[in-house]
Design a protein around this ligand. Structure first.
Ligand code: HEM
Length: 510
């Protein structure tokens, strides 16, 4: 009893000290700039605001629209303070440019975000700053040059399997709508594992593949921590660690095999002098091979390579699945757009030819459609950085040091001031030659921007466009009556209830 009283008093005293802690005097920079407006709350520690947000996420409401409503009410630069901790959100393109490009070194991933992702992603590219990030980016870059996937053979091989999986579902449930989100997630998992590791996990074939289940779980828990950082301390970790171990078993097997292969290659090189002149990174089939080619210089550990592979998988898999899913949703609502797409495919690729990179480059209208999907449904709807030093945004607002600063592609892409009165409408024509000039840099940031711009951007467009071309050569896509998707604003923008569309087998030439 006595010890409870002491503990209770200590905690209460600590809480009071935190709430009423004396304010630091303003720095010179702070005094000469504007304070970001704080969203009004009424309880100490902004408990009402924090609870409102937590209840919004728990009740399954649309967090992206929640945020958009707040910024509509309080402005494009706001401080969503909780527990006396600042959390700044910026929407205007010049602030986004400042954070992602002009003063990028001052806006890191930072220790708080890294702690949220730590168990799953370790020190991989997605979760690293400084030299660790730079090294991974430099070594990985050659694997993402378009020459690596120009014939789109790997993508097309997986699209063959995707079409088979769709046909199978249609045969099992004739005339019924198909939930495409989960199929696309399995498709992109297969494609990405082969592109990155050289080995696919066969998620399309085996609906409940162990790797896919573990990956989905680890990602879902990490996403909860991302949305409500408090969960990091409250959610049990036992299952998370078990699922991560499953992933590691699979990944370590690939790493060990690749390391053995690389050892043989190095020994052979030593036996045949002169072959070391070969260009670094050239001729390496997988991303892992690119890293192992640098092994002598960097001495990467198995753990480092595990982090690297899981990070690339996280970065590339769901994002592309999200893009394909929302594309199908918008097409199901717009038969006029489907008709135009089909006409273009017939003219450029033909009714049955398998498209390569050069073909899809000619599909101009299709690219407009994909961009319009990326605008309204950016796969990464919300992104966070943390300031290192204090700073001032181009619009005069003060950023304290060590503060989370976020931008939301979802909200910026929907601002009528930037996109016009039809900002909320799906209109691929806004990307046509007459209007595209009004789209200024940093208004459209689905792939991030600046030094940390998405490495897989070209691969993502190619995968999405090849897949879309092949699907429209085979099928007609129509609305599933009464179905409405519900945004799930996780790390990746998905629909809480999947996306149902009616798919009919129909030759494009018919
Ligand atoms: C439609 C598909 C995609 C979208 C919308 C997308 C979007 C993004 C965004 C917004 C970021 C910045 C994340 C951050 O720094 O917080 C990013 C980074 C990254 N993306 Fe993508 N991505 C897509 C597909 C891919 C693919 C297919 C790959 C590779 C397989 C990939 C690899 C990466 C990597 C490695 C980074 C980290 C870059 C760095 O920090 O330097 N992405 N992506």
């Amino acid at each position: 009893m006595h010890s409870d009283l002491i503990l209770g008093t200590t905690l209460a005293a600590a809480a009071l000290a935190y709430v009423f802690k004396p304010k630091k005097p303003k720095t010179e920079l702070e005094a000469s700039s504007v304070t970001v407006p704080v969203i009004p709350t009424y309880l100490p520690l902004q408990l009402d605001g924090v609870l409102h947000y937590i209840l919004t996420t728990l009740s399954g409401k649309d967090e992206m629209e929640f945020l958009r409503n707040i910024t509509n009410r309080f402005g494009n630069t706001i401080n969503f303070r909780g527990f006396n901790r600042d959390f700044i959100i910026v929407l205007d393109p010049s602030s986004i440019q400042h954070i992602l490009a002009k003063n990028q070194p001052n806006y890191e991933k930072g220790p708080e975000l890294q702690a949220i992702f730590h168990e799953f992603l370790g020190s991989g590219i997605f979760n690293a700053d400084g030299e660790t990030w730079k090294t991974q980016r430099q070594i990985a870059r050659p694997h993402f040059q378009t020459s690596e996937f120009k014939d789109a053979a790997l993508i097309n091989r997986h699209v063959d399997l995707l079409i088979k999986a769709i046909d199978k579902q249609m045969a099992a449930n004739p005339g019924k709508p198909i939930e495409v989100q989960s199929i696309f997630c399995r498709f992109t998992l297969d494609e990405a594992t082969e592109f990155l590791f050289g080995e696919t996990v066969h998620a399309l074939k085996e609906e409940n593949s162990e790797f896919a289940t573990s990956f989905n779980y680890a990602q879902a828990i990490t996403a909860w921590r991302f949305r409500v950082p408090l969960w990091r301390y409250l959610l049990p970790k036992k299952r998370l660690l078990k699922e991560i171990k499953n992933l590691e078993e699979f990944v370590y097997k690939i790493i060990d095999n690749a390391m053995a292969r690389e050892k043989v290659r190095v020994e052979e090189k030593e036996r045949t002098p002169g072959s070391e002149k070969e260009e670094k990174g050239k001729g390496h089939a997988t991303l892992l091979d690119h890293f192992l080619a640098e092994q002598e210089e960097h001495n990467f550990t198995r753990e480092y390579l595990r982090d690297m592979l899981l990070n690339f998988l996280l970065a590339g898999r769901d994002t592309t699945a999200s893009l394909l899913t929302w594309t199908m949703w918008h097409l199901s609502q717009r038969p006029d757009v489907v008709d135009k797409l089909k006409k273009e495919i017939l003219d450029v690729v033909g009714p049955t030819a398998v498209p390569g990179y050069d073909d899809i480059k000619k599909l101009k209208y299709q690219k407009q459609v994909v961009n319009e999907v990326l605008r309204l449904c950016p796969p990464v709807p919300f992104n966070i950085r943390q300031s290192v030093e204090e700073d001032v945004l181009p619009n005069g607002y003060y950023i304290p040091p060590g503060t989370p600063v976020s931008y939301s592609a979802y909200s910026t892409h929907r601002l009528p001031d930037l996109w016009g009165e039809d900002a909320l409408e799906f209109n691929p024509d806004r990307w046509g030659p007459e209007r595209v000039g009004s789209i200024k840099p940093f208004m459209f940031v689905p792939f991030h921007a600046g030094p940390r711009i998405c490495l897989g951007q070209n691969l993502a467009y190619t995968t999405a466009q090849v897949t879309l071309t092949r699907l429209l050569q085979h099928y007609d896509i129509k609305a599933s009556p009464g179905f409405q998707p519900q945004n799930l604003g996780d790390i990746v923008l998905f629909s809480r209830n999947g996306v149902e569309v009616l798919i009919e087998k129909k030759s494009i030439a018919a």
